[in-house]
Design a protein around this ligand. Structure first.
Ligand SMILES: [Zn+2]
Length: 192
């Protein structure tokens, strides 16, 4: 499935880059023998996907009560009421599936501790979570109209995997750049 493979490839690239940077940093700070820096074996797309989506992913066809096309429940279940049948259906449906995998990603990291909630959606700054400025076109690059952290994060996750906010076509270039900066800064921290 294209969407799953694209997510797996992005996770693979991100994990292998993080491991390589850690190795390079170790070599740079080294005073002893070079062998004390461990160079980990690169992960494959499948391994990277399984590391993050460790509870599996169940795609369920049918969601009669759903108003949206897709609904993610918990850490491993995505239900679909329907797929797009208008517009660029290939792009929209791939991005719909990636958006739902973004909800699972968020749910996997969302937890409560010391009276606070943590997770990528909750970590979004107010300037990113309180509006939809900077996104690409609706339904191509936005699968929701909701101004909520979790819907906004899921749409940002689509960009993280796919790109697609060409800054020459979005109305608010500064907002777009702010979202991309947030992704570049924060997403590596979620890699195992
Ligand atoms: Zn959503």
């Amino acid at each position: 499935m294209t969407a799953v493979y694209k997510v797996a490839k992005k996770l693979q690239a991100e994990m292998n880059l993080a491991a390589e940077l850690a190795y390079q940093a170790c070599l740079k700070n080294l005073s002893g023998p070079e062998s004390t820096c461990a160079q980990s074996t690169p992960v494959s797309p499948a391994e990277a996907f399984k590391k993050i989506y460790r509870h599996g992913v169940n795609f369920i066809w049918g969601c009669s009560g759903c108003t949206a096309l897709g609904l993610t429940v918990g850490k491993n279940t995505v239900m679909f009421r329907d797929f797009y049948s208008w517009g660029d259906t290939m792009l929209r449906n791939v991005n719909l599936v990636i958006h739902e995998l973004g909800h699972i990603f968020d749910n996997l990291y969302t937890y409560s501790a010391a009276g606070r909630w943590y997770g990528p959606a909750l970590a979004l700054t107010t300037d990113l979570a309180s509006n939809r400025d900077g996104f690409g076109p609706m339904w191509d690059y936005q699968q929701s109209r909701d101004i909520t952290g979790n819907e906004i994060f899921a749409d940002m996750f689509v960009h993280w995997v796919q790109g697609g906010w060409a800054t020459d076509t979005v109305l608010n270039r500064n907002a777009s750049s702010a979202r991309i900066d947030w992704l570049n800064q924060n997403m590596p921290n979620y890699m195992p």
